[in-house]
Design a protein around this ligand. Structure first.
Ligand code: AKG
Ligand code: FE2
Length: 244
């Protein structure tokens, strides 16, 4: 794909989502392999690798989220950057904590901001009838109206602590994560974990390339820290399916 060119995203015609509907209803979460054609998934991955609009997002405390552009990070000394990230994480005791890179897509579009052609294509893809109908069939939920989306990039040390994805007035029905990390292994971290009432890991999903994780909101989950064994970032396209 040439720079600036939007990827052609197509759902994989071999999907049989009706077969998963019972399993989804029983467990309210699913790991669905191969959501896109392999070529589309590779194009999508490449557009994230080439994207230049990443922002480092750090959660300081309830209601205090810090965004730092890559240019601002580059201007900082390495020790200062690490100290900043660590102090923010350490100081935060009252709510979800996270450090990871993000490209806001839907929220940026809704705010009238600039979005690159490949990111715009991702927004259009998750709001196309094929994707939304796939979710309607998967969940049996007729309330499904639209999707929002962002791209995420977890580098070594990045993580998201336990949270349930609830947002007042947002009408989030389901969360989805399309994983775009080739050849990822559990020991590289970045595992999507669902936690039980005792705080144990009830289920853990390694971010397998081109696999889709879907779960009903709210459910307590976290992303384990990406380890130093990761040789590439953990990329995904993720967001929520909303009711009208
Ligand atoms: O990337 C993932 O697997 C989940 C991310 C997540 O939980 C979130 O962004 O709210
Ligand atoms: Fe989440």
């Amino acid at each position: 794909m040439r720079a600036g060119e939007a990827p052609t995203l197509r759902l994989n015609g071999t999907l049989r989502p009706d077969a998963w509907r019972g399993a989804f209803a029983a467990h309210r979460r699913l790991h669905v392999p191969e959501i896109l054609t392999p070529r589309s998934a590779r194009e999508l991955h490449q557009s994230l690798v080439e994207a230049e609009d990443w922002v480092r997002c750090i959660h300081l405390a309830a209601g205090q989220d810090v965004d730092i552009t890559m240019a601002e990070l580059d201007a900082m000394a390495e020790a200062d950057r690490i100290a900043l990230e660590h102090s923010l994480v350490d100081s935060c005791t009252d709510s979800v904590k996270y450090v990871f890179d993000k490209i806001r897509i839907t929220s940026q579009l809704e705010a009238g901001g600039a979005v690159s052609a490949p990111m715009r294509a991702i927004h259009d893809f998750v709001n196309a009838p094929a994707f939304l109908d796939f979710f309607r069939r998967l969940t049996g939920d007729a309330r499904i109206d639209r999707a929002d989306v962002m791209a995420t990039r977890y580098l070594s040390g990045h993580f998201a602590s336990a949270h349930a994805d609830e947002l007042p007035n947002a009408k989030r029905l389901y969360a989805y994560v399309l994983n775009l990390s080739p050849d990822w292994r559990a020991d590289q971290g970045g595992v999507l974990m669902f936690l039980d009432d005792d705080g144990h890991v009830a289920e853990g999903y390694v971010p397998r390339f081109n696999a889709l994780n879907v779960f009903a909101v709210p459910q307590v989950h976290a992303v384990s820290a990406v380890s130093r064994l990761a040789t590439a970032p953990r990329y995904s396209v993720t967001g929520w399916i909303h009711a009208r």
